[in-house]
Design a protein around this ligand. Sequence first.
Ligand SMILES: Cc1ncc(COP(=O)(O)O)c(C=O)c1O
Length: 380
Amino acid sequence: MPSATSTELDLSPLVPAYDSILELAPYQTGKPVEELTREYGVSDVVMLASNENPLGCSPKVTLAITEQLGQLSRYPDGNGYYLKQALADFNNVNVDQITLGNGSNDLLDILARSFASTDDAIVYSQYGFIIYPMLAKMQGAMGIEVPANRFGHDLKAMSQAVQDNSDAKIVFIANPNNPTGTQLEQEELREFVASIPSSVLVVLDEAYIEYSPESNNRALLDEFDNVVIIRTFSKAYGLAGLRIGYALSSVAVADLLNRIRQPFNVSRVALAAAAAALADQDFIEQVKLTNQGQKRWLEKQFDALGLGFVKSHANFMMVEIEVEMEDVTAASIYQALLEQGVIVRPLDNYGLPNWLRITVGVAEENTRLIDTLRSILTDD
Ligand SMILES: Cc1ncc(COP(=O)(O)O)c(C=O)c1O
């Protein structure tokens, strides 16, 4: 049965909390491997659509998970005592500055629910992570999109947008940003935060920080009570399937977030796995180095294929499809890659119809991507 679009949806006599909910389109995920196999009968699929870790996770995580399997009838520790202790040590913060989430997305949602409602505005950048405008719509808040500067955040313009809108309550910044891979200079970011009134929350989403340690802005927490830093175990730690992330903030903000979050929002398996993953920093170093090497290799290949890209500080690259061939578009290349078992991400929903976002895989996956791309572009 075809699913109804928002305009066709007839809820009457039910009315959603905010009209803007009807403008929302569900978050577009990367095409699942199982779906591709079902639709095209391709079995050997290369998944480069969701910025997951192609190396998996630390082997130490497996043991930690196994130890939990006999206890699944028991609720998790709702306060995540052991994981919070480990995160407090790791990040040099107090335990009461931490909020745990069912993935970092859960925390972004909790933040929006805690601080923004119909009379408020949420500020974010053009080409910023797409969840931010969605959160504004979910809360019935006004979304203020600030034009990007060469695909990255224009912090001066964002600061101006906050000064110009007394309703602004939250500014979301992804650093490095998804899908552009751009990164902000620490000093520039510090100046930006200093320019923002203390009544406006500045959320620094550091989902990809392990790939670019220079994007770690933990120090801002000590200086500014309105800064919140969001991290995840879904990317470099390789635990996307488990759903766990965390927020670092002032004690007062953490206290509020912990009131809003659901009582057991993180499973006992995720708590144990995250603690084991955090303890294995050698694995993270290996992940970072592999990503750097493979990204450099991909840059050379895209150059050789005549495809433009934005310099990325994360584990994915945004590649421009502007080839001088009839009927070749990013959409047609996305489709041709799919049919040959390579899943990447189209970016139409970001207003970037000529671009594809491609996760950096391991050597074998990247070679397959490039070989397939070359054969599509040269028609051989
Ligand atoms: C910038 C950014 N923030 C947050 C998330 C959410 O990740 P998760 O909920 O898996 O932690 C993502 C996922 O792609 C992301 O790219």
